[in-house]
Design a protein around this ligand. Structure first.
Ligand SMILES: [Zn+2]
Length: 332
């Protein structure tokens, strides 16, 4: 296998490869751009016209998706997987990956869309760097642009695998992409209604890519991910990479549950209290009238929405950030 196929090993060891560019026997060019960043270019005659950005490790302890990208990179470097798409592999937070932590100083996935410029520290710098890698990669005109930012969640979930679809004013969510996610084993999609500060929000809003945050199960240490079943997603990625995606019916979203954001619960002060069990699962239903949270100056968050569910509850976020999202069922 080519040395650049060991992107994960290099990244975890904090090492720079001696050769930055290598060619597989099939003429696929691998280019190490910097820590945790590998650019893959198929031979011009094979190019399918797809630019595919695959990122993982934006949260350093979410190992199942990191291991998935590692398998893809290795298979390409061995010549077993023959790309016909341009691909950019990004491992988001190498230092947090080495420590087995979600982040070191602050959550990178709250630092995109300009937020990093208002902050400091190496995670802010890394967010800026990830934006620049993505912008350079998605700079070629007239190509299909797709970004999957792969995560696992802190907690268990009533719906195991789901996607967050970013939002930008005046742009419609794509039915074809929803059907593609369904075919990749995704059970639910949360359609967002304002532009966020995550990596996929940045590539969606600024780089005109179709972009998704994929939540693929619960975060566990390296080597303990047997219960996270990524088979369908992995098969779909293989076919996208090799330009032989099986037909799917883009009118058929059967079995795909859609949700929209009703409200984001923002933590304003240290007095913030979230009235949920610490181990509550994502997508747990909350009854109308339920007192969800309380904060300074008598602020109360009471559920008013029929069919409301909670995702990403986390009372330990910094003040001013979201401590959970109340979602409701939606139609396309
Ligand atoms: Zn994550």
């Amino acid at each position: 296998m080519l040395a650049l196929g060991k992107l994960l090993e290099l990244t975890l060891a904090g090492r720079e490869p001696t050769e930055k560019i290598q060619l597989t026997s099939g003429g696929v060019r691998l280019h190490w751009l910097g820590e945790g960043a590998l650019d893959v270019t198929p031979p011009a005659t094979e190019d399918s016209g797809l630019d595919l950005l695959l990122s993982a490790g934006v949260h350093g302890n979410e190992t199942a998706p990191i291991e998935l990208l590692d398998r893809l990179v290795q298979a390409i470097a061995r010549g077993q997987l023959k790309p016909r798409a341009r691909i950019l592999f990004l491992l988001g937070n190498p230092e947090a990956m080495r420590r087995g932590e979600r982040f070191v100083e602050q959550d990178i996935n709250r630092l995109f869309n300009g937020r990093h410029a208002e902050s400091s520290g190496f995670e802010a710098m890394r967010a800026g760097e990830l934006e620049r890698y993505a912008a350079a990669f998605f700079s070629k005109p007239e190509r299909a642009r797709l970004h999957y930012d792969l995560h696992t969640a802190i907690r268990g979930s009533k719906i195991e695998q789901f996607a967050l679809y970013p939002y930008v004013d005046g742009r419609e969510h794509s039915r074809l992409e929803l059907a593609r996610l369904r075919a990749a084993g995704i059970d639910a999609v949360l359609l967002q209604s304002k532009t966020g500060i995550t990596f996929s929000s940045y590539t969606y809003a600024h780089l005109d890519a179709e972009a998704f945050t994929l939540e693929l199960g619960k975060a566990r240490p390296f080597g303990s991910n047997q219960e996270v079943n990524l088979d369908r997603l992995e098969a779909r990625l293989h076919s996208l990479i090799e330009g032989r995606e099986p037909e799917f019916d883009d009118g058929n979203l059967d079995g795909l549950q859609l949700f929209s954001v009703s409200r984001e619960i923002i933590k304003h002060s240290d007095s913030f209290q979230l009235h949920l069990a610490p181990d509550i699962e994502n997508f747990s239903e909350l009854p109308v009238g339920y007192l969800l949270a309380e904060d300074i100056a008598g602020t109360r968050w009471v559920v008013e929405e029929e069919g409301a569910r909670i995702i990403f509850p986390n009372p330990r976020v910094r003040n001013g950030l979201r401590a959970g999202i109340l979602i409701v069922p939606a139609d396309v």
